[in-house]
Write a protein that binds this ligand. Structure first.
Ligand code: ADP
Ligand code: MG
Length: 167
């Protein structure tokens, strides 16, 4: 068992639907300027979680893995945006792709969710929510959520309350 950072928490998801529901709860807590970083192998459920996040945040747009286009953009009825990036294809921090993906300007405009965030580590804001996902068995995934910064600690606290009741 890994030792968890302060304010982090972990849990097991037992189905894609459960992962999506956690995403919905999390998405409802996000505000413009926030960054959610997803780490985990192919099939660990990152895109499934983002489908929930976009829905809970309030977008009706279709969410799919942006593996081949690097960045998808989802709209909220109020006009704000959620940017869904996927760094899988980005070759070892190559300049060109990263110029296309101006992360800071995206975060200024809305919410940023990045799959394969470990590939972009040094370009990400210092404060963020880091979610590590791993495959356990066919329908089970293990998630570790780690907040970096007070805003994200508050988000995680509310998320735990929403998921497990008051502590
Ligand atoms: N508990 C679970 N949570 C998330 N996905 C799951 C779970 N159990 C099975 N799956 C399946 O695993 C796959 C995850 O794919 P995806 O979300 O695209 O992962 P990634 O974006 O990490 O490659 C989907 O086919 C999904 O149905
Ligand atoms: Mg994906």
């Amino acid at each position: 068992m890994p030792i968890l950072a302060p304010h982090a928490f972990e849990f097991f998801s037992h189905s894609p639907e459960q992962t999506r529901r956690v995403g919905i709860r999390l998405g409802a807590l996000l505000q413009a300027g926030m960054a959610i970083c997803l780490e985990g192998d192919l099939g660990s459920g990152k895109t499934t979680l983002v489908q929930g996040i976009a829905q809970g945040w309030g977008s009706a747009d279709h969410v799919s893995s942006p593996t081949y286009v690097i960045l998808n953009e989802y709209r909220h009825p109020t006009g704000s945006h959620l940017y869904h990036a996927d760094a899988y294809r980005i070759a070892s921090e190559s300049g060109l792709d990263l110029e296309l993906l101006d992360l800071e300007s995206l975060i200024e405009k809305g919410i940023l969710v990045v799959e394969w965030a470990e590939k972009l580590k040094r370009y990400l804001p210092k404060e963020h929510l880091w979610i590590q996902m791993s495959w356990v068995s066919l329908e089970q995934r293990h998630l570790i959520l780690t907040p970096r910064g007070k805003n994200y600690e508050a988000v995680l606290k509310k998320l735990q309350q929403a998921l497990f009741g008051a502590f």
